[in-house]
Design a protein around this ligand. Structure first.
Ligand code: AMP
Ligand code: MN
Ligand code: MN
Ligand code: MN
Length: 291
């Protein structure tokens, strides 16, 4: 493969397929990653690894090295935090059971979200959102957003989230995801590396953020996303310093969901800052190479 140890490798280690809240099939994502020059790829669906085999096979058919991936929803200090797992054994039973448990509350939560929206005059949102769902176990706020946009309630996803799907708004439901300790442990015990996804998104106080990073490391977490479609250039600079401060490996991923909705396309991000150790240098023996 193309020297995975180099910081300038075009690694894209975060994206979503129809198996969670993306709009493309794993094969179409692999083709897009390859066409965009990605040299090491991972599909990281929310709370679900059912797409891993398809993603790997499609990547390998294109000669593209692959890392197993997932993005686990966690509740930490009352906030939803996402933990990306990379390079784990996809057949690990404890990880699979943990993901089943994490997915478990989504249907009931979606029905409650729909009730909240109905009180605000938007009826039938659960059934509407279901039309956009590829995996019945993985109904997400993003599917509600697509329904509300297509039914002209809102113009874009930012407006949907701002008006309806965030704390205090009619379609928002408090939800308890997995514990940070559990998510990191599932990933680590399955032989993978745990990475804090898009840290700038959480808007933690400095002390809560310090607690997140310290606890994450205490549980065995080793990486942080620095260059991601969810970060501005200034946020990437800031979290590169955080990675150094906590001796964490740096990760890079577009968080691509859809050709029409995403900030960043697969493989399109700037490189990781050269002062960081890329997470893929620690995953060399976990990279699945094409035959
Ligand atoms: P859920 O896991 O059901 O809470 O849905 C979270 C998903 O919604 C994220 O993974 C994003 O895909 C999407 N999302 C969250 N916040 C926003 C936002 N402000 N604008 C657009 N998409 C968002
Ligand atoms: Mn998503
Ligand atoms: Mn995320
Ligand atoms: Mn994501």
């Amino acid at each position: 493969m193309n020297h995975p140890q180099t910081a300038c490798l075009n690694a894209d280690l975060h994206c979503h397929s129809v198996i969670s809240d993306g709009t493309l099939e794993p094969e179409a994502l692999a083709a897009r990653a390859h066409a965009n020059g990605v040299q090491l790829w991972s599909l990281t669906d929310h709370d679900e690894i059912a797409g891993q085999r398809r993603a790997r096979d499609a990547a390998h058919a294109l000669g593209l090295p692959y890392l197993t991936g997932v993005e686990i929803s966690v509740t930490f200090a009352g906030t939803t935090v996402h933990i990306v797992g990379l390079g784990f054994d996809p057949d690990n039973a404890a990880l699979a059971a943990g993901l089943v448990a994490t997915r478990g509350g989504r249907r009931g939560r979606a029905m409650e979200m729909s009730e909240g929206l109905a009180k605000a005059g938007i009826h039938g949102a659960y059934e509407g959102a279901l039309r956009y769902v590829g995996n019945p176990e993985l109904i997400s706020r993003m599917h509600f957003a697509r329904y509300l946009i297509d039914s002209k309630v809102c113009g874009d996803a930012q407006e949907v989230f701002r008006k309806y799907l965030t704390a205090g708004k009619p379609g928002y439901v408090e939800h308890r995801w997995s514990a940070l300790r559990d998510a990191v442990t599932w990933i680590v015990e399955a032989g993978g590396i745990a990475v804090i996804a898009h840290p700038a998104r959480y808007k933690f106080s400095p002390s809560a953020e310090y607690a997140l990073f310290s606890e994450f490391i205490a549980y065995g977490g080793r990486g942080v996303e620095v260059v991601t479609g969810s970060h501005s250039a200034a946020e990437a600079v800031r979290y590169a310093d955080t990675a150094l401060e906590f001796s964490l490996l740096g990760s890079r991923g577009s968080d691509f969901h859809s050709p029409t909705e995403s900030h960043a396309d697969l493989g399109s991000l700037p490189p990781l800052p050269a002062k960081l150790t890329p997470v893929w240098t620690a995953l060399e023996d976990r990279v699945l190479l094409p035959a």
